[in-house]
Design a protein around this ligand. Sequence first.
Ligand SMILES: [Mn+2]
Length: 448
Amino acid sequence: MNTQTLFQQHITALEHSWGEALQQTMPDCDAILVHSGSSHNYFADDHAPPFKAWGHFLRWAPLDRPDQFVLFVPGHKPRVLALVPRDFWHDQTLTTESWWADCVDITCMENLSELASLLPQVSSLVFLGENRTLAVELGVPAAAINPASLLSWLDYDRAVKTDYEISRLREANAHALSGHAAAEQTFRAGGDEYDIHHAYLAACRVLDQELPYSNIIALNEKAAILHYQNKRRYADRASQPANKVLLIDAGCRAYGYCSDITRTWAADDAHPVFHDLLNGMQTLQATLVGSVKPGVSFADLHRQAHLAIAQLLVDAGICHGDAETLVSNGTSTVYFPHGLGHLLGLQVHDVGGRLANRSGELAPPPDAWPGLRNTRSLDAGAVVTIEPGLYFIPALLETARKSAMAKSINWTLTEALMPFGGIRIEDNVLATVDGADNLTRNAVTGSR
Ligand SMILES: [Mn+2]
């Protein structure tokens, strides 16, 4: 199916679900205005951080720039109200490819002050977006600015992707894999974190600011830092430590849709037990991916991951005891302290992961794992990450050493493995009616 047909079907689906959401949650309103967001300068500065449009806006129009609007009136073609300032400092050209632009009506404004004249009666308008001041200036009643009932409904529904969205997520995966291949090569060739980062960007032909999140490029012991943000570089190569382990967590975006992929590579001369752990993690990650299907509770999958990781720790000789006990007494959490994954879409950690239903009731995380970002049962069409990890994190190990857990840990082996940091393996997985479609492993990579 061609992109325009897919996008038209996507818009039709949005019109249906947003129409129902509006009618159910804000029955006195008859239109929704969605704002991409405003650009905000740093404090006392005339520079702003890179802009990212809001997910609920991007779903209608792939315009990743500030002060763009979508006006949704049930029964009418969606209208894009685009601010295109007269500006000789920046390129303000509005890119409107026909595959999406033909599915909406586009009106351009030179100044935000023109917006009010383009809107229907504001007393029955809902405003969605970060800029409350703008909504108030437009005259939108307070109760119709980001109403929680409507936002919960839209957030909840966003977990299930349309075919258009799935095709973009596949594209974002294929795109990122070219960077991951280059990163592995650069790691094996002895590059430092800076080199690996740039090899990734160059292979994907992207700029830093176009990434869905800052690349995590962690060599050796830094692989134990979950969101390691630095890129170590060595002017004097003689002082650069040998590459033993690379943990790279990096994605790409396709018209706003994100991929979020982690790979861990080990040099041949890494600790043999680390190689065993890496093989074990590859296997258990693939098993967890295979467990994705409609109706499965993500919290149950997370628990399944803990049991499998605990068993791996026992098999490798790092922990003593049985897996159940190591999970219930918190030992597995020392090595695997984050959640198994999250919803994925227009945001890397997509919205609605803790909603029990459209009405906004919450599905709280299990007491043992308060950080779990997705607590829902999976619906067909939902896309999640599956990203088990196993790390040697000095701060968590220090605490464990002073606790009752200490006696179930082989400290000699744990210490020997600390220089190797850790392991995370992450794929993006679609729940289908038949089970799981691994969008990462099944991505069709080609030349770009
Ligand atoms: Mn992730």
